[in-house]
Write a protein that binds this ligand. Structure first.
Ligand code: GLU
Length: 416
């Protein structure tokens, strides 16, 4: 079966499905099919060796009827305008599902961040922000971390934005270090949120979590914190991976020790007590819960049939192709879709923004409790809709996200 689609064709097909189910007005469907604003800039920086480096920077602002644009910035080679557009659409639905007052956006810089020094990355980030600054702001568009960007990147964004304005504006970006207004618990939020969804799904599906086995693809910020949170609720993490390969131990592994090993050796592989396997093997590992936390298009028609998990929680954005989606559904595997499973990150981003605007600082416990309440509500809403519609959870999540945005457009009307 050929799977000739891009992230954008998939996102548009998902929107079309939701539009059909919701019997959406065709004009609103058309509006939501394209972003409100799409920016492409050339980021020219001085490299450490004196040469000039030229990189393409993108920011796509999809729709903002429910509040300012919100979404991460990723640094990734070969990223395209289409891919960023697709990801910005997912952000719009995600914020609506989490029921936080934002629209969706996404940014990307076409760069292999591992090849740049820290100083070069700082110059790249600051130059990128300076090129799009007029479209950013705490009430316009609020960036956050995504693949290969982190709290340090966000600190540079906050500083550049603030220097250009002439005063400090911590609320212009989220996912910052705590020292400059970042929220407690933001780094862990996406991973923890995924596990809150797993907990809810397990309850509904009568899956016992004590000693349930978990395989996690990707050991970056999201995968690592999902592993820690899975351990906390009594699950056994039996396999993890990074871009260099995967490791497996059916008796369970300690994610904290694996991280220490990865920091020392640069890879999760060759960890004491585990066998080395490939990233492909990891997806097909014997486990109860599979968490793809790496990148797009990992579960495809080539491997979907071999997946043995009972539950798949999409921590990454778009890890499952539409054909694979169908295959998993037919096999009776429960899938918690990305726009629901990973909305914990943007939810705590919202908490950070609220804290910045009110000049408050909440405790980790407060943040985690609020996150759990939000995630549980989002999951229960989507689950209830999927029961009512007799649909899978992705369809229900899309209906909920697209429906809430469409309702906002309806009540606002069109100006002029
Ligand atoms: N990049 C994250 C996502 O895809 C977080 C976005 C945010 O916090 O604004 O959901």
């Amino acid at each position: 079966m050929a799977e000739e689609h891009t992230a954008l064709t998939v996102a548009l097909a998902q929107l079309k499905l939701a539009a059909q189910k919701l019997e959406l007005n065709s004009g609103i469907h058309k509006m939501l099919s394209q972003p409100k604003r799409s920016i492409s800039v050339s980021i020219d920086i001085r490299l450490d060796n004196g040469a000039i480096g030229v990189y393409n920077g993108i920011r796509v602002q999809h729709w903002d009827v429910r509040g300012p644009f919100k979404g991460g910035i990723r640094y990734y080679p070969n990223i395209t305008q289409d891919e960023v557009t697709a990801l910005s659409m997912l952000m719009t639905w995600k914020c609506a599902i989490a029921d936080i007052p934002y629209g969706g956006a996404k940014g990307g810089v076409c760069v292999d961040s591992k090849k740049l020094s820290k100083h070069e990355l700082e110059r790249l980030t600051r130059r990128y922000v300076s090129l799009i600054v007029e479209y950013l702001g705490p009430h316009r568009d609020i960036p956050a971390p995504d693949m290969y960007t982190d709290a340090q990147t966000m600190a540079w964004i906050m500083d550049t934005y603030s220097q250009l304005k002439g005063y400090m504006v911590p609320e212009c970006v989220t996912g910052k270090p705590v020292e400059v207004g970042g929220s407690e618990g933001r780094t862990e939020a996406t991973g923890r949120g995924v596990i809150h969804c797993v907990k809810e799904a397990a309850q509904n599906k009568n899956l016992k979590l004590k000693n349930a086995t978990v395989a996690i693809q990707g050991f970056g910020n999201v995968g690592y914190h999902a592993a820690v949170a899975a351990n906390e609720i009594g699950c056994k993490v039996v396999a993890v991976s990074d871009s260099t390969g995967a490791i497996c131990n059916p008796n369970g592994l300690n994610p904290v020790a694996v991280l220490a090993h990865k920091e020392k050796t640069g890879t999760v592989q060759n960890f004491k007590g585990c066998i080395n396997i490939t990233n492909e093997d990891l997806l097909e590992t014997e486990c109860d819960i599979l968490i793809p936390a790496a990148m797009e298009n990992q579960i495809t028609c080539k491997n979907a049939d071999k997946i043995r998990a009972k539950l798949v929680a999409e921590a990454a954005n778009g890890p499952t192709t539409p054909e694979a989606d169908k295959c998993l559904h037919e096999k009776g595997i429960v899938l918690i879709p990305d726009i629901l499973a990973n909305c914990g990150g943007v939810t705590v981003s919202y908490f950070e923004w609220v804290q910045n605007l009110t000049r408050e600082h909440w405790t980790l416990q407060e943040v985690n409790e609020k996150l759990e309440t939000k995630m549980t509500k989002a999951f229960d809403d989507v689950y209830a809709l999927s029961q009512k519609e007799k649909s899978d959870m992705r369809t229900a999540a899309l209906m909920m996200g697209v429906g809430r945005v469409a309702n906002a457009i309806k009540v606002l009307g069109l100006w002029p």
